[in-house]
Design a protein around this ligand. Sequence first.
Ligand code: SF4
Length: 327
Amino acid sequence: MKERVLTGDRVTGKLHLGHYVGSLKYRVELQDQYETFVLLADVQALTTHFLHPEIIKDNVRNVALDYLAVGIDPEKATIFVQSLIPEIAELTVYYSMFVTVNSLRHNPTIKAESKAGDFDDMYYGFLGYPISQAADITFCKATLIPVGEDQLPHIEQTRKIVRRFNQLYQPVLVEPKPLIGEVPRLIGLDGSHKMSKSLGNAILLDSTKEEVAEKIKKVKTDPARIHKTDPGHPEICPIYAYHQAFRKESSDEIYQSCTKGQIGCMACKQKIAQSINDRLDPMRERRAAYLEHPKRVDEILMAGTENARIMAKETMREVRDAMGMNY
Ligand code: SF4
């Protein structure tokens, strides 16, 4: 039987090149190897955006369109909306009966968000999101979760919940394994460690050619380079990081030319803007085709959600049977 992969994103904004480099690129490959489920995590987005649900509403379709544009193929992958699978919420409630607050406090994301270990102001939904993550993974019996090394504790929490459930009741849940891969992080246009829409340092996947060129043009490069012949330090320049991400084959050449003062920053930027645009061109074509038939995106989401719901109902039936709550 084919392994089943679950991946997804919180739908709080349009996706950008950082998402592409870090995960979307690999998802397009995964869909050919595994049965792939892609979650539009709108409920999880509420943990931080409950005051502005309208942002989430807009972005369910934006993110779905980004997925389709990068090449996630609805014929191969099931794209679905989290809140339209009520069984996920139901499983979350059941699991929460046997997960201690203390174990949630040790989750790295929860820990990082709590101010100096003070959990008093933390919302219950946020504190419990690792439980809802376990429900996302287990409702469809996903066996593989693509993660970077640093995200292993998140998967461990789900594995613990599965083991506990299977031990308490009957072994009906599947313990997922991490699919550890590189999760490259793309630095922001401002040189900060991460590209992020909220930091305003991102190139969105739906950018036009002109927007890409304009954003790249404004990037601050090595301040030591005043003249083209000044030796540069590519390791501190965001443009060089983009060369490594999008023009790997010629990034050594750029490194040499920069350090020897043989290339000007303007020419270096034009090369990378061109490469990024070359990468985005097929996405632009696919996006334009979907935008001509906007109903098609809704149909894809509904069909994917229906498919996921069938599995969710079956898992819920097994869970209730295992617990003896099948009256
Ligand atoms: Fe950055 Fe390229 Fe200029 Fe070197 S030549 S500082 S890598 S933009």
